[in-house]
Design a protein around this ligand. Structure first.
Ligand SMILES: [Zn+2]
Length: 227
């Protein structure tokens, strides 16, 4: 008798700001019916729910400190054990550093969970800078554009309101360069870490959104993810 194996799709998505990570995460989550889990979203949700973790998170947020790795791990662990993650999950923004990655790996191993595939959206540094400084927002309806990747129909004009678009706050070149530098210093070691573990899928993100998504899907479909 043939037994049907359950396919579990556990994924981690790594990409710098400007790599299109958020957009791809949403598309992957919809196509493969797995929840997209971002630590930012869980923190907001926990804070509203008043759970036991909420107090811990709040004490950090109130004092302006970064939420530490232990709390981040606790909230992720709680989230991936919910029933909607039984067929898999997509982690967006976690792990953020080696310490988080190692803690997560130990957890996966000790609870015999299926080892996640890690996808890295790769993009040259200069392309990231160009993309981030090309972001625009409509001052009236707050719609987001990107002159390179999601341009308005008319140059620098909102499709809906017909008013001039503005650069986003904190998107001047010096700030963007600094932000990307900080992110790069965290991301590169993480990519190396997963590369050594041989569960890294590298994706060229220097393409149109649809092309990148197609490449992701063919990688996911060809990688045997059955447990
Ligand atoms: Zn508008």
């Amino acid at each position: 008798m043939i037994s049907l194996q359950k396919i579990i799709m556990n994924l981690i998505l790594i990409g710098m700001p400007g790599s299109g990570k958020g957009t791809q995460a949403k598309m992957i989550s919809e196509k493969y019916h797995i929840p997209k889990i971002s630590t930012g979203d869980i923190f907001r949700e926990q804070l509203h729910s008043g759970s036991h973790l909420a107090e811990k998170i709040r004490s950090h947020v109130d004092t302006g400190r970064l939420v530490n790795d232990e709390i981040v791990f606790d909230v992720v662990k709680e989230r991936i054990n919910r029933s909607d993650c039984s067929d898999g999950f997509l982690l967006d923004g976690f792990p953020r550093n080696i310490n988080q990655a190692e803690t997560f790996d130990r957890y996966i191993e000790s609870f015999k969970k299926s080892v996640p595939n890690v996808m890295y959206l790769e993009l040259p540094f200069e392309v990231i800078i160009k993309r981030l400084t090309s972001r625009r927002i409509c001052p009236v309806c707050n719609r987001n554009y990107n002159l390179l990747t999601i341009p308005p129909a008319k140059d620098e004009i909102c499709d809906v309101c017909n008013v001039g678009l503005l650069p986003r706050k904190d998107d001047d070149e010096a700030t963007v360069r600094n932000r990307v530098k900080v992110f790069k210093s965290e991301t590169v070691p993480l990519v190396d870490y997963y590369s050594l573990k041989k569960n890294l899928l590298e994706i060229n993100a220097d393409n149109a959104i649809e092309v990148v998504f197609e490449n992701i899907c063919s990688l996911l479909d060809s990688n045997s993810l059955a447990v």
